[in-house]
Design a protein around this ligand. Structure first.
Ligand code: HEC
Length: 398
């Protein structure tokens, strides 16, 4: 963005020189306007149907303002404005958007020079007429240089297979087998349900600027496709970038492990118990694997439900004890009751990374075939138990 702004400034300086030397020229120059469009290209494309922060500016001419039906982010002010776009209205709009349409959500300070506006308007008109001029030396106009990478074709080093959060650090595992540790402040969750966005359930890690090299060490943005998740998809229209920390509800992040065999692991039991937990113990019968920790407050909430499953003998519940001190885990189970058939002490959290654990508690339903059938992030509630887990267990047993 910085780059395009600089480009624009030098472009306008050029325009001013030409205007002084050639005051007789009145009509705008679409080719120069294409350069001036760099000031808009961070938020607008001229390709039909391609919306960014702002709507596509294709076919703008003589169209009523605020009326592109698949652009969902117009302000009320724009929707209510009774404006048709032409030379006159565009000139006023681009000179000072706020003054022309108080309450608009276009945060653009306006183009001060009348000549710049004239050129830009000539360019937008040419675009509407299908006569888009090439911007100087930059191919098909600036919109093209803003092209987003196609995240459905992300290379293995960009495909995220697991994310774990601990203290102020995210541990991100990618399909090439590498593990990156990222300071949480440098990680943003982004959503993109568009053509170039990642496939559902297949998060991709990309560089901060969207243009960034995904293979570089500067892993700082994660793009997720969340369109299958209605509550977040609605949210995604309002806030394109959600700082993680505790803001984004990780409960809704789909797991790439669903339908896959449980990861290979072999853990010793929690202190004071005899049966450890390994991949070979899962399968043959339907079971639950519950990720817990003595330091996890939400685990207390769900604990009575696990005790109930255990007492009624509904199915084996196994515990994966995440990053716990052996003594703490032992006394927690002594105090709260022990619902687990087997336990695995994952002291350093490595096994949890393979399970794609985002945080504790998490609960996995394992089918007879040893595959993960379902995963619940966050505490189990009576409602989830009733409406999701028990029916699913029933179904998997058939
Ligand atoms: C920071 C982002 C941003 C920049 C930069 C920007 N716009 Fe916009 N633009 C928007 C947004 C957002 C809207 C919708 C405004 C609203 O609904 O109030 C918009 C709306 C418009 C519209 C109305 C479209 C319609 O469908 O009615 C036009 C025309 C427009 N912009 C032209 C431009 C031009 C030309 C530039 C460059 C000089 C520019 N904008 C720069 C974000 C931007």
């Amino acid at each position: 963005m910085k780059k395009s702004r600089i480009g624009f400034l030098s472009g306008s300086a050029l325009v001013v020189c030409l205007a002084l030397g050639n005051a007789a020229i009145a009509a705008g120059d679409p080719a120069r306007g294409a350069k001036a469009f760099q000031a808009c290209a961070a938020c607008h494309s001229v390709a039909p149907g391609e919306h960014m922060t702002g709507p596509s500016l294709a076919n703008l001419w003589h169209r009523k303002a605020g009326t592109i039906s698949d652009f969902l982010r117009y302000s009320e002010a724009m929707k209510r404005a009774n404006v048709v776009w032409n030379e006159g209205t565009l000139d006023k709009w681009l000179a000072n958007p706020d003054a022309f349409l108080p309450g608009t959500s276009m945060t653009f300070q306006g183009l001060r020079e009348a000549k710049d506006r004239e050129d830009l308007i000539a360019y937008l008109k040419a675009v509407s007429e299908g006569k888009r001029p090439a911007a100087g030396g930059k191919g098909q106009g600036m919109g093209m240089s803003m092209r987003k990478p196609d995240l459905k074709k992300a290379p293995a080093e960009g495909q995220v297979t697991a994310i774990a959060h601990c203290s102020d650090t995210y541990t991100v595992r990618t399909a090439d087998g590498k593990v990156a540790k990222v300071w949480e402040f440098n990680l943003r969750f982004k959503t993109d349900s568009g053509k170039e966005g990642p496939s559902p359930g297949k998060p991709v890690i990309v560089g901060a600027g969207m243009q960034g090299d995904r293979a570089s060490a500067g892993l700082s943005v994660i793009a997720l496709r969340l369109s299958l998740l209605a509550p977040l998809a609605v949210f995604a229209g309002v806030a394109a970038v959600l700082a993680v920390g505790l803001t984004l509800n990780p409960r809704e992040v789909p797991s790439p492990l669903i339908g896959r065999p449980v990861p290979k692991f072999d853990l010793p039991p929690v202190k004071g118990r005899t049966l450890g937990l390994a991949s070979r113990d899962l399968g043959g019968e339907v079971s639950l694997v519950n990720v817990f920790a003595s330091w996890c407050v939400a685990c207390r909430e769900e604990h009575p439900l696990l005790m109930d499953l255990h007492k009624r003998g509904v199915l084996p519940v196994h515990g994966l004890d995440y990053k716990d001190k052996p003594d703490d885990a032992a006394s927690w189970l002594a105090e709260m009751g022990d619902p687990y058939t087997r336990t695995g002490a994952d002291l350093d959290g490595r096994v949890a990374i393979d399970w794609g654990v985002y945080g504790v508690p998490e609960t996995f339903v394992i089918g007879r075939d040893g595959r993960i059938a379902y995963k619940k992030i966050g505490p189990i509630t009576p409602r989830i138990m009733r409406e999701k887990l028990l029916p699913l267990i029933e179904q998997l047993r058939r």
